[in-house]
Design a protein around this ligand. Structure first.
Ligand code: HEC
Ligand code: HEC
Length: 410
C-alpha cells in the first residue's frame, strides 16, 4: 500500500471508530429523539376562519387595550401584557384582578402566533380560545360574557367597526376574541440576529453568541427541548424549578394558589397536601404529570425577565446556573409525595464562566428590537342609538329623541 493510501485508510478507520464511540455517548446523554433544527421564524400563520386583515388587527389593538372587556372595566389585556414590560408583566407573579393577585408569571404575547399550546400549562390551543379564558378567569379579567358584550354594544365606534368587519348588526363578543387574536398575530419579531444568521448572513450573530449557539446545540443540550423556529418542542417537563416563596409567605398569593387548585378540580387529598404548581397535572389529572410545564419559547427574552412559570429567576444568568447544576428539586421530584417526576434529560453541564456568558449572549440575540407602540385611545361609550321600545316622549325626556328619530329612519 502506498503511504498516502495508508494514511487515508487509518483516517477512515479513526473516523468510523469515532462514530461508533459517539453513538452510545449521545444516547447516554439522554437523547431519545432527533431534534428539529433551529430555523428562521416564518410569517405568522392564521387559522382559515380568521384570516389576518389590517382592519381586524386595528380593531383588535383597541380591544387589547380596552378595559371594557373585564369584570369591573378597570384593566385590559395590556395591563398584564404591557408593551413596556416586554408585552408581559415584570413582577415574578403577575398582577391580578383588582383586589387579587395572579399565581403565575405573565408571559409575553409577542410571537404567540406560532404556538400550538398556550399558557405555562399549555392548556389553550389557539389565540382565539385563549383570549376569553384570560378575560373571564377569576384572578385575571374576571369578566362576564353578557356584561362585556353589552359594553361593546354601547360603544358607537365598535358598533360601526364590527359591522364593517364581521357584518353583524351589533358587536358579538366572540368576534372580539377573533380581532384580539389577529392583533396578537401582528406582534411577531422575526428580525433577530439569529433569524438573519439562519437565513444565511453568517456575520449576523456576534462571535460570543455564535459560541453560545454551539453550546446550546451541543454541550449544554438545550436543543433537546428548545428547538424549531420558536425554540420549543411544546412538550412538558418537570425541571425541578423551585416553588415560589410567595405561596408560603404572602397571604394573597396563598389564597390564589388554593383557589386555583380547587377550581381546577384536584383531589381533596392533593388539595390539602400539594403546595406547589402541579402544571400539566391540572389538565391530565395524572400524578406523574405533576409539576410539568410546557417548554417555554426562547424568543424576546431580553425584555421579559423574570423567568419561569412563577418568575423564580430574575436574570438569564440565574437560569443558566440552574441548568448548569442539572436543574433543582421541588416537591414533585424529591419524593415528598412519592413522586419523582424530574426529567432525566437534565444533567450537570460543567460549563465554564465563559461558556455561561456565551449562552446568555446567544439567548439575548434571539430577541431582536423591542416592539414599542403608541398606546391607542379607546373609544368612549354612548347610549345605544337604536333604543328599542321607547316612545317619542320617553326619548325626549332622557335626551334621546335624535337617536330615536335616526333609528326610525333606518
Ligand atoms: C390580570 C392579568 C392578565 C390579564 C388581564 C390578561 N393576561 Fe394574559 N396572561 C397572564 C398570565 C399571568 C399568563 C400566564 C398564565 C398561565 O399560564 O396560567 C398569561 C398568559 C397569556 C398568553 C399565553 C402566552 C404563551 O406563551 O402561552 C396569552 C397569549 C395571553 N395571556 C393573552 C392575553 C389576552 C389577549 C388578554 C386579554 C383578552 C390577556 N392575556 C389578559 C396575565 C393576564
Ligand atoms: C428537558 C427539557 C429542557 C431542557 C433540556 C432545557 N429546557 Fe429550558 N425550559 C424547559 C421548560 C419545561 C421550561 C419552563 C419551566 C417552568 O417554568 O417550570 C423552560 C424554561 C426556560 C427558560 C425561561 C423562559 C421564560 O420565558 O421564562 C429559559 C431562559 C430556558 N428554559 C433556557 C434554557 C437553556 C439555555 C437550556 C440549556 C442550558 C435549556 N433551557 C434546557 C425545558 C427545557
Amino acid at each position: 500500500m502506498k503511504p498516502q493510501a495508508q494514511i487515508l485508510l487509518s483516517l477512515v478507520v479513526a473516523f468510523v471508530a469515532a462514530l461508533l464511540l459517539a453513538g452510545p455517548i449521545a444516547l447516554a446523554a439522554g437523547d431519545p429523539d432527533t431534534d428539529p433544527p433551529l430555523v428562521p421564524l416564518p410569517p405568522p400563520p392564521a387559522p382559515p376562519d380568521n384570516p389576518i386583515t389590517q382592519a381586524k388587527a386595528d380593531l383588535g389593538k383597541l380591544l387589547f387595550f380596552d378595559p371594557k372587556l373585564t369584570g369591573d372595566a378597570s384593566l385590559s389585556c395590556g395591563d398584564c401584557h404591557d408593551p413596556k414590560q416586554g408585552w408581559g408583566f415584570n413582577d415574578p407573579i403577575s398582577r391580578g384582578y383588582p383586589g387579587a393577585v395572579h399565581w403565575r408569571n405573565s408571559q409575553t404575547v409577542v410571537n404567540t402566533a406560532y404556538l400550538g399550546k398556550l399558557f405555562w400549562q399549555g392548556n389553550a390551543k389557539s389565540l382565539e380560545a385563549q383570549a376569553p379564558i384570560a378575560n373571564k378567569g377569576a384572578v385575571a379579567g374576571n369578566g362576564e360574557d353578557d356584561v362585556m358584550e353589552a359594553r361593546l354594544r354601547q360603544t358607537p365606534y365598535y358598533i360601526e367597526k364590527f359591522r364593517e368587519i364581521f357584518g353583524t348588526e351589533l358587536p358579538n363578543l366572540g368576534d372580539a376574541w377573533m380581532a384580539i387574536a389577529t392583533f396578537e398575530r401582528t406582534l411577531s419579531q422575526r428580525d433577530t440576529p439569529l433569524d438573519r444568521y439562519l437565513a444565511g448572513d453568517k456575520e449576523a450573530l456576534s462571535a460570543i453568541a455564535l459560541k453560545g449557539k454551539e453550546l446550546f446545540e451541543g454541550k449544554a443540550n438545550c436543543i433537546e427541548c428548545h428547538n424549531g423556529a420558536m425554540l420549543t418542542d411544546e412538550k412538558y417537563y418537570n425541571l425541578g424549578v423551585p416553588r415560589p416563596f410567595e405561596w408560603e409567605e404572602m397571604g394573597l398569593n396563598t389564597v390564589t394558589f388554593r383557589w386555583e387548585a380547587y377550581a381546577k378540580g384536584v383531589r381533596e387529598k392533593y388539595y390539602r397536601d400539594w403546595k406547589d404548581d402541579a402544571g400539566l397535572y391540572y389538565s391530565s389529572k395524572r400524578p406523574q404529570d405533576a409539576g410539568k410545564h410546557r417548554t417555554a419559547p426562547l424568543r424576546y427574552l431580553a425584555y421579559t425577565a423574570p423567568y419561569m412559570h412563577a418568575g423564580q429567576f430574575y436574570t438569564l444568568e440565574e437560569v443558566i446556573d440552574f441548568y448548569n447544576d442539572g436543574g433543582a428539586d421541588n416537591e414533585f421530584t424529591d419524593g415528598t409525595h412519592g413522586l419523582e417526576n424530574k426529567t432525566s434529560i437534565l444533567k450537570p453541564l460543567d460549563l465554564s464562566d465563559e461558556e455561561k456568558e456565551a449562552l446568555v449572549a446567544f439567548l439575548e440575540e434571539i430577541s431582536g428590537e423591542e416592539i414599542r407602540i403608541k398606546l391607542p385611545e379607546v373609544p368612549p361609550y354612548d347610549v345605544m342609538p337604536n333604543v328599542p321600545g321607547l316612545t317619542q316622549a320617553q326619548a325626549k325626556r332622557i335626551g334621546l329623541e335624535t337617536h330615536l328619530a335616526v333609528a326610525k329612519q333606518q
